[in-house]
Design a binder for this molecule. Structure first.
Ligand code: PMV
Length: 351
C-alpha cells in the first residue's frame, strides 16, 4: 500500500455508567453487562501522526512512538500506551510498519479526579481505525465503529462505551439483541424524551489520584464473597431499566442508578483487602441530594465512579434550579469549589 505518512484526529467523550462494570475475566471481558450515558463536554482530542519506517527497524523493539499531552512530552503516559499497542497488535498488524506521535488534550482540567482513560483510549482507538481505513479504504462504517470500540476496550474496559452516543451497552445481556462482551453497542430500544437530554453535574470532591486503581478493584472481584450475587444484580438492573427508559419512569431509574453506585462501593468495602474511595464530603453531598429530592420533588439523583466525586443526574428542565442548589449548598463540599456541567452526548467526532 502506498500510505507513507499522515495524520488523523478524533475527539471522544467520557461516559458515566448507570449499571456498573466491576469485575472482569481474561482479555478485558466484563463479568457483567453495563450501560452508560455518553457525556458531551468532558472529552479527549487526540491526533495520531504516523510515518512509515524502513523495513527491518521496528518489529523486534515493538512499536515506536512519542506522547505529547497538553503540549508537553510525557514519558509517564507511555507504559499505558505500550500495553495498549501490544494488546491491539494481533488485530492491527500494520501498526508495526509505522512510527507514531500521539498528541492529546483533555477538555477537563488535568488531575480533576475525572478519569481520562475512557475518552483517551477511545480517541486513540478511533485514530488507529482511521489509519486502518486509509490502508483498507473499503472498511465499512459499521465495522469501523465496532472495531474502534473493540480496540478501545483493550485499552480500558469502559472506553469501549465512549465511541458512540447516547446510551451504550457493553456486555452480553439476554434482552438486548446484538449486545457483546467485546465491544459496546448503542442501546437499541425506545428512550422517553425525559432521558434524551439528561444533565450530569460533576461535583469534584477530591481531585487527587485515587489510592486504588480500577485494575486492582476489578481483580478483587475474583473470589469476592458477593461476586455471583453482584453479577446477577447487574443483569437484573439492566432488565429493569428497559421499561423505565421506555416509559420515562424516573423514579425507577433513580432507584436503580443509586443502588448501582452504592453497590459498586459496597464491593470495594467488602473485598479482601477492603478499601474505601468515598470521602466525608461524598456522603455529605449524597445526603444533600436526598434532602433536595424530598423537599423539591425534583427527580435528581447521584451516581459514583471508582472515586470520591459525585455525578448528579437530572432532567434538563430542572437545570436552573439544580445549578442554584449547587452554588448555594454543594460547592462548599467541592475541592476549590470546583464542579463541571455536562450532559448526555452523541459520541465521538472526527476532526
Ligand atoms: O474501564 P475501567 O477499567 O477504568 O473501569 C471502570 C469502572 C467504573 O468506572 C467504576 C464503572 C464503569 O462501568 O465505568
Amino acid at each position: 500500500n502506498a500510505v507513507e505518512s499522515g495524520s488523523v484526529c478524533w475527539e471522544a467523550p467520557s461516559n458515566i455508567a448507570l449499571v456498573k462494570y466491576w469485575g472482569k475475566k481474561e482479555n478485558q471481558i466484563p463479568a457483567n453487562p453495563s450501560i452508560s450515558f455518553t457525556l458531551k463536554n468532558c472529552k479527549t482530542t487526540t491526533r495520531l501522526n504516523y510515518v512509515k519506517v524502513s523495513d527491518n527497524s521496528t518489529t523486534s523493539r515493538g512499536i515506536e512512538f512519542d506522547v505529547i499531552f497538553e503540549g508537553v512530552k510525557k514519558e509517564s503516559f507511555k507504559p499505558k500506551i505500550v500495553s495498549f499497542f501490544k494488546r491491539i497488535l494481533p488485530y492491527c498488524s500494520y501498526l508495526e510498519e509505522f512510527k507514531f506521535e500521539v498528541v492529546s488534550d483533555n477538555s477537563f482540567p488535568h488531575s480533576s479526579g475525572i478519569a481520562s482513560s475512557a475518552s483517551g483510549m477511545s480517541a486513540l482507538a478511533l485514530c488507529v481505525m482511521s489509519l486502518e481505513k486509509s490502508l483498507f479504504p473499503e472498511t465499512e462504517d459499521d465495522f469501523f465503529y465496532k472495531k474502534a470500540s473493540f480496540l478501545a476496550r483493550l485499552g480500558s474496559g469502559s472506553a469501549c462505551r465512549s465511541v458512540r452516543g447516547d446510551l451504550v451497552v457493553w456486555g452480553q445481556h439476554q434482552e438486548i439483541p446484538l449486545s457483546s462482551d467485546t465491544y459496546g453497542v448503542q442501546y437499541p430500544f425506545k428512550i422517553a424524551d425525559v432521558f434524551k437530554d439528561y444533565q450530569d453535574t460533576i461535583l469534584l470532591v477530591d481531585k487527587g489520584k485515587k489510592q486504588v486503581s480500577s485494575t486492582v478493584g476489578h481483580d478483587l472481584m475474583h473470589g469476592h464473597a458477593f461476586a455471583a450475587a453482584r453479577f446477577q444484580q447487574a443483569h437484573d438492573h439492566l432488565s429493569a431499566l428497559i421499561p423505565a427508559f421506555e416509559k420515562g419512569d424516573v423514579k425507577q431509574f433513580i432507584k436503580i442508578v443509586e443502588r448501582e453506585a452504592l453497590t459498586l462501593h459496597a464491593m470495594m468495602m467488602s473485598s479482601d483487602p477492603y478499601f474505601l474511595l468515598m470521602k466525608p464530603n461524598t456522603l455529605a453531598i449524597i445526603n444533600k441530594i436526598w434532602e433536595k429530592r424530598e423537599e423539591s420533588k425534583i427527580p435528581v439523583c447521584f451516581t459514583l465512579d471508582a472515586g470520591a466525586n459525585v455525578h448528579m443526574l437530572y432532567p434538563s428542565q430542572f437545570k436552573e434550579e439544580i445549578l442554584e442548589f449547587v452554588k448555594n449548598e454543594l460547592v462548599v463540599y467541592c475541592e476549590n469549589g470546583h464542579y463541571i456541567c455536562d450532559e448526555i452526548g452523541k459520541g465521538s467526532k472526527k476532526l
